[in-house]
Design a protein around this ligand. Structure first.
Ligand SMILES: NC(=O)c1ccc[n+]([C@@H]2O[C@H](COP(=O)([O-])OP(=O)(O)OC[C@H]3O[C@@H](n4cnc5c(N)ncnc54)[C@H](O)[C@@H]3O)[C@@H](O)[C@H]2O)c1
Length: 334
C-alpha cells in the first residue's frame, strides 16, 4: 500500500481523491489552508494539516516517506485571476515550486499535477493534448508555467510526473458560497435562496460539464499506471456540450424554479467556446461516462440542500478595480 500526499485535500477534487485512496487501503496525508475548501470535506482518516503549501519547511516535514503526491491545491479562479493575478498565482505557481522542492527532498516517486483546460486558451476546440498551450489569462498562464516547472525539476532530479487537465468537473463538495467561480453551484445556491441566476454576456458560452465520479477513476489511475508517466491527459467528457443559458434552465427545471435570468456584461478574457477531447483518457485510462449532467446536478442540489443555502462570501480581495471589473464582484451583487 502507498502513502499518498494530497495538497488541497479540503477541496472538491482533493477530498474525493482522498476518499477513494482510503477505500483502497492506502495511507493519506494532506494539507489545505482552507482558502477554498470546506473542513467538512476532509475524510476523518486523513492525517490532516492546515498548512499553506507556501510553507516550504513544513511541506518538507509532512511529506516524509510519501510515495505519491497529488498536487491539487490552487486558487482555481480563472475569471478572478484577471483582477487578482498576484494572489491567484501565489497559490498556483509559487506553491508548485514549494511542493516540487519538498517532493524531491523526500525522494517522492511520482507527482500528479492538476492543471486546467485554461492552458489551451484560444486554441481550436475540442482541445487535444498535442496542441501548443496558448493561455489567455493569468490563471491559465500560472498553470502552464507550473507544468513547465514540473517537467524541468522532474527531469533534472529523476522524479516521475503526470499532468492531468481536468475541465469543468462538478459534483457535491464543490464550494457553492464563492462568488468568483463554480457556475453550477452559484446558480443552485442562488435559486435555493429564491434569487435569479446572473449570467455574464449573452449566456451562449459553450461548456462541457463532467461529474466528479466519472473523473475520479481516471485521476486515481495516474498514481500507478506506468504508461502515463510524462503525459498530459485531459480529464472530463466531450459528449454533452451545453450553453450557460441551457445550464441555468436545466437547474431551474430540477428545482422547479421560475427562471428569468439577470444578464450582466461579459467578462474580459472569457473564452466563448471551451471543450476538450477525451480520446486520450479513453485510450490510456479507460475513461467512460456513467452519469448524465442531470444526475450530477441532482446530487449537487441534494448536497447543497443538506448543508444549507448560504450567502456568498467575498473572501478574496480584488487587486485591480477598473471599468473592466465585473459589477457582480465590485459591488458585491451576489
Ligand atoms: N474542478 C474542476 O473542474 C477543475 C477544473 C480544472 C482544474 N482544476 C484544478 O484541480 C485542482 C482542484 O480543484 P478543485 O475544484 O478541487 O478546487 P478547490 O478550490 O475545491 O480545491 C483546491 C483547494 O486548495 C486549497 N488551497 C489553495 N491554495 C492553497 C495553499 N496555498 N495552501 C494550501 N491549500 C491551498 C484550497 O483551500 C482548496 O481547498 C485545482 O488545482 C484546480 O485548478 C479543477
Amino acid at each position: 500500500m502507498a502513502k499518498i500526499f494530497i495538497t488541497g485535500v479540503a477541496g472538491f477534487l482533493g477530498s474525493h481523491l482522498a476518499d477513494r485512496f482510503l477505500q483502497q487501503g492506502h495511507q493519506v496525508v494532506g494539507t489545505d489552508n482552507l482558502i477554498g475548501g470546506y473542513m467538512d470535506n476532509v475524510p476523518k482518516e486523513v492525517e490532516f494539516y492546515t498548512y499553506d503549501c507556501n510553507f516550504l519547511n513544513s511541506m518538507k516535514k509532512i511529506m516524509k516517506d510519501v510515495d505519491i503526491v497529488y498536487h491539487c491545491a490552487a486558487t482555481a479562479y480563472e475569471g478572478l485571476s484577471v483582477f487578482s493575478p498576484y494572489y491567484v498565482n501565489k497559490n498556483i505557481y509559487q506553491i508548485t515550486a514549494s511542493i516540487l522542492s519538498s517532493a524531491v527532498h523526500n525522494k517522492v516517486k511520482r507527482i500528479v499535477f492538476t492543471s486546467s483546460m485554461a492552458r489551451y486558451g484560444e486554441n481550436q476546440v475540442p482541445f487535444t493534448e498535442d496542441m501548443e498551450p496558448r493561455p489567455q489569462d493569468p490563471y491559465g498562464i500560472g498553470k502552464f508555467a507550473s507544468e513547465m516547472l514540473i517537467k524541468n525539476i522532474c527531469q533534472t532530479h529523476g522524479m516521475e510526473y503526470v499532468i492531468a487537465v481536468p475541465h469543468n468537473i462538478i459534483g457535491p463538495r464543490q464550494k457553492y458560497d464563492d462568488p468568483y467561480r463554480n457556475v453550477a453551484s452559484i446558480f443552485i445556491n442562488r435559486m435555493l435562496q429564491g434569487k435569479q441566476p446572473m449570467i455574464y454576456g449573452d449566456g451562449e458560452q459553450k461548456r462541457c460539464f463532467s461529474f466528479v465520479h466519472d473523473c475520479l477513476q481516471c485521476l486515481e489511475k495516474m498514481a500507478f499506471q506506468d504508461n502515463v508517466v510524462g503525459e498530459v491527459i485531459n480529464i472530463g467528457p466531450d459528449e454533452e456540450v451545453i450553453t450557460i443559458n441551457q445550464l441555468a434552465k436545466t437547474i431551474a427545471e430540477l428545482l422547479n424554479f421560475d427562471l428569468n435570468p439577470i444578464y450582466m456584461p461579459g467578462r474580459p478574457q472569457e473564452v466563448k467556446l471551451a471543450t476538450c477531447s477525451a480520446d486520450k483518457a479513453r485510450k490510456m485510462l479507460g475513461y467512460q461516462t456513467n452519469y448524465t449532467l442531470k444526475q450530477g446536478l441532482q446530487e449537487m442540489i441534494d448536497q447543497i440542500k443538506e448543508r444549507g443555502a448560504k450567502p456568498f462570501r467575498y473572501h478574496i480581495d480584488l487587486e485591480i478595480i477598473n471599468e473592466k471589473t465585473p459589477k457582480t464582484w465590485k459591488d458585491k451583487l451576489f
